[in-house]
Design a protein around this ligand. Sequence first.
Ligand SMILES: [Zn+2]
Length: 139
Amino acid sequence: MSRRARAVDRELARARRREILAVLLSRAERLLPAEAELLRAMVDTEIADGDQARRSLGGQSAAVRRLQNRVEAAEQAIVEAEADARRAEQALADREPLALMPVQSCRICGAGYTLGRPCPTCAYRARAAGLTPEQEHHR
Ligand SMILES: [Zn+2]
């Protein structure tokens, strides 16, 4: 029997018990012994059903709270992971210009210069040498 069918069955049984309870309670002062016994059985069943329903609801509420806590923890973890990812991307972006412009030591003069560009020290010395009075004189 499916859960839905069991729920419908329980609902029908509960409705029937309540009908009987209403009849018995309206006649409570003049019940036969067998009717008084039936009344007790009906009331006991209703009480047990109510207790079971409350326990079930309590368990479901606790499960919902646990799931809410897990969802909140997961959302917090996502926020932290996204912040970590942004920081990592920023750190990578900050390092990129350095990675693209490694500093090398000039093999001629020993000064530091950016790879792929002329050594500024050697370039300066070449320009300075080109402007010496001697060389001006020999032109
Ligand atoms: Zn140099």
